[in-house]
Design a protein around this ligand. Structure first.
Ligand code: F58
Length: 800
């Protein structure tokens, strides 16, 4: 069958397919079926429709001897997949109708799917958007990662405090993966290295098997389907029979339990992973398995290893798979017998590295003791790489091996053909700061690829009301070519069209308000401005700046309630890493403030604060279409790019933000008049830090800020424990590395501009609509085209 001409599916076909799977795949009659059975049956019926293009994509790739892209990432934050599949195969109408015929509600069935939270945040979500765009562009690619049994923890609140519990997505049935028992590799750790007769061999002391699970990822219109291959850890000998026979059942099961710890849980930490041996094991586990798989595929087609860079492009998503460098060199040199220098050159020809952060504490380093114990041969190879690099660059002053550490950023850089940042500003700062010396030595290596988001998930499926309006106005070409949204611009001048745009937003807000009432017991006014900040909790993202502004606003509204305030609901969501106590304090503070403000009868019609628990992809899909205002308020120079900022702009929520990450490019695209800029820029931040007592000075200069901080300090929001936030207040007054105090005054000013703009609803709608019309550049299709051209040298395969 030709991939481009799949037969269309009718609602009747789909209904029959659902019923067939219900009976034959799950052994259920319609009478006995639970919602999960229906969801599984529908998923299988949709998945069936991907298989043909999946096979033909693989065939096409072998026929054309195409270069393949391998995206190695510790995290793929894929969320739910059923709607993605339905939307990309354009089966929405049929699925609605088929389920209706079966007496089922489409949304209820979709909502039964667990949200696969196999990532922490932006980095993992970016990987998921990239997979979808790679398929949309028919670029042959495989994503490699870990099949965590438990994704990012579930968050709830007790007395306003974050409580973590394990995430259990695999307890429900998962429809999308194919287990591949035949794709299994034995991965070694520890042991010893011996050199004899010029040959070096590594004999590991411990082994874990990596078993593949494949998920098909269909691109737009289902014309091409790539694979997400996740590795699950298994014991080589799952069962110790001798112990079992002795009656020691715990010991008998121990090997399997031990092995499985490697893929048991996603690390939720943002701080250095130093000393966390299990994390290093995870990194080597999936990277080594991926490389074995890549080489097996290569060997099946070619017998000349020098062709590797021409046929294989490997992208390292941050430094987590950085051990790919030494591992590939080890395989090529120790196992395949290539001279060391040649092995290094070939490996470097295949590898590329994306950096996602400049925060020094987030750049991975490993103590050589830990690294050498787990990967003794790799430590030697790192030293040789470092040596070779030093010799080739005699003016070098910094090594990847300082202070008994292995520095993964430097290692990745040296072993990469291309190194990229994720926004223009971030890439520039990489050149000037963390990688200044390496950039001087290799000026051609660093390139920029500004992030993007897939329009299929982040507009078409999450915002059907706005999508319908867009398609009614300019046709549906925008879904595969987001820059076409510019064609909306002339319509923005049409008052009738603006009214339709405003109506879509109103309806989205009303739906969110209903959902908050039904599920959270929260009553909010959908007429009020929905001011939204959703992202991981981190000092640099400055959720505390936002809540301090809320406090100051509340104080001012209390004094002059009739001053014509613009009603607002401030909505927060986000998880704090369990060991990040300051971030947890901020969560608690926001919840405490919410309690006081929402109970204040004088002000609550004008200002409410809401913290929604358990932020995940599904919640983002619900919140973003209903947002009026997007909070992107990080300290300039700290947010590498941001991708939430793009999703909000696309869905018609103008940004209040700093000149940080991709905010800079968003502002360029949507126009400065449709963006609320405030705060210091990156050079301003660096200069301000040099000012002695900058925080105290800023607090003393702004009575609103002093009063808000005083309320936090005197227990206004924690009457049962007035000192609860002493640490937060002290940090902000004495230290304030992220310059909350210094940016407060200008933030307040920008927020009042937002108030004024929002009060003129027609003006606001125009701004919102222009944000949508001018956000087409932020499609991950554009980003992936950039990687293909500038980094991978990969091509889209013909879809005839
Ligand atoms: C994010 N990094 C950046 N890291 O913060 C964000 O600016 C950028 O848009 C995004 O990457 C995509 O480029 C990020 O999400 C993590 O989640 C860490 C992963 C490793 C564990 C600690 C968190």
């Amino acid at each position: 069958m030709n991939i481009a001409t799949l037969p269309t599916v009718s609602a009747g076909n789909l209904r029959d397919a659902i019923l067939a799977h219900l009976a034959y795949s799950f052994g259920k009659s319609p009478e006995a079926a639970q919602i999960e059975d229906w969801r599984m049956a529908l998923s299988y019926a949709v998945r069936d429709r991907m298989v043909e293009s999946w096979f033909s994509a693989t065939r096409r790739c072998y026929e054309q001897k195409a270069k393949r892209v391998y995206y190695l990432s510790m995290e793929f934050l894929i969320g739910r997949l059923l709607e993605d599949g339905i939307v990309n195969l354009r089966l929405q109408d049929q699925a609605h109708a088929a389920l209706a015929e079966l007496g089922l509600d489409y949304h209820a069935v979709l909502a039964d799917e667990p949200d696969a939270a196999l990532g922490n945040g932006g980095l993992g979500r970016l990987a998921a958007c990239f997979l979808e765009s790679l398929s949309t562009l028919a670029c042959p690619a495989i994503g490699y990662g870990i099949r965590y049994e438990h994704g990012l923890f579930r968050q709830s609140f007790r007395d306003g405090r974050q409580v973590e519990s394990p995430e259990t997505w695999l307890l429900q049935r998962h429809a999308w993966e194919f287990q591949r028992p035949e794709a299994r590799y034995r991965i070694g750790f520890g042991g010893e290295v011996k050199t004899a007769g010029g040959n070096t061999t590594w004999t590991p002391s411990e082994h874990i098997d990596a078993e593949a699970f494949d998920t098909p990822i269909a691109g737009w219109k289902g014309r091409w389907t790539n694979t997400l291959r996740l590795w699950s850890a298994k014991a080589p000998d799952p069962f110790d029979l001798e112990s079992f026979n002795r009656g020691d059942f715990a010991r008998a099961a121990a090997p399997e339990a031990l092995a499985r710890t490697i893929s048991r849980v996603l690390y939720p930490d943002d701080t250095t992973e130093q000393g966390k041996e299990l994390r290093l094991k995870q990194e080597f586990f999936f990277t080594a398995a991926a490389l074995r798989d890549i080489l097996r595929r290569f060997d099946s087609e070619y017998d000349d290893l020098s062709l590797l860079p021409a046929k294989v492009a490997i992208q390292l998503n941050d430094t987590h798979p950085a051990v790919a460098g030494p591992e590939l060199v080890r395989i090529l040199h120790d196992e395949r017998g290539l001279p060391f220098e040649e092995a290094m050159t070939i490996a470097r020809g295949c590898l590329n590295y994306t950096n996602h952060t400049l925060l020094p504490e987030a750049l991975e380093t490993w103590h050589e003791g830990v690294f050498g114990k787990l990967l003794p041969r790799h430590l030697q190879i790192v030293d040789r790489i470092d040596d070779a690099h030093g010799r080739a660059n005699p003016s070098r002053t910094l090594s990847m091996r300082a202070n008994h550490q292995v520095r993964m950023g430097e290692l990745s850089f040296v072993m990469a053909n291309r190194v990229n940042g994720v926004s223009a500003l971030h890439t520039g700062l990489m050149k000037d700061t963390v990688f200044a010396e390496l950039h001087r030595l290799h000026p051609e290596r660093i390139v920029n690829q500004t992030n993007g988001v897939t329009p299929r998930r982040w507009l078409l499926s999450c915002n059907p009301r706005l999508s319908r309006l867009v398609t009614d106005t300019i046709g549906d070409g925008w879904v595969g070519d987001l820059e076409k949204l510019r064609e909306l611009e002339p319509h923005v001048d049409d008052a009738g069209w603006r009214e339709r745009y405003a109506e879509a937003k109103r309806a989205n807000k009303a739906a969110l308000a209903r959902w908050m009432a039904d599920t959270q017991g929260l009553k909010v006014d959908p007429q009020a401005m929905f001011d939204v900040q959703i992202k991981r909790m981190h000092e640099y993202k400055r959720q505390h700046l936002n809540i301090l502004e809320a406090i100051a606003l509340w104080q001012e509204i209390s004094e002059t309630p009739d001053a014509g305030w613009t009603p607002r609901v401030k909505i927060f969501a986000g998880k704090a890493a369990p060991g990040y106590f300051f971030a947890k304090d901020i969560i608690r503070l926001i919840n405490d403030v919410a309690k006081v403000l929402n109970a204040d009868a004088r002000t609550r019609d004008l200002l409410q604060v809401v913290f929604l628990p358990n932020y995940n992809v599904t919640l983002a899909e619900r919140l973003i279409p209903a947002a009026d205002l997007s909070e992107q308020i990080s300290t300039a120079g700290k947010e590498a790019s941001g991708t939430g900022n793009m999703k909000f702009a696309l869905n018609g929520a103008p940004t209040i933000g700093t000149l940080d990450g991709a905010n800079v490019e968003i502002r360029e695209q949507v126009g400065a008049e449709n963006f609320f800029l405030f705060g210091m820029d990156a050079p301003g931040v660096m200069a301000r830090r040099e000012v002695p007592d900058h925080a105290r000075k800023a607090i003393d200069a702004d009575p609103r800020l002093s009063r808000a901080l005083a309320a936090v300090a005197d227990g206004t929001f924690s009457p049962d424990e007035p000192g609860r936030y002493a640490n937060v207040v002290a940090n902000l007054s004495d230290h304030d590395y992220f310059l909350v105090a210094s940016d407060f005054t200008d933030y307040w000013r920008a927020q009042r501009e937002v108030d004024t703009a929002f009060a003129d609803r027609d003006r606001w709608t125009r701004m919102a609509a222009l944000n949508t019309a001018r956000s087409g550049w932020f499609s991950s299709d554009r980003t992936i085209r950039g990687y293909m051209a500038d980094i991978w040298g990969a091509e889209s395969l013909q879809l005839d």
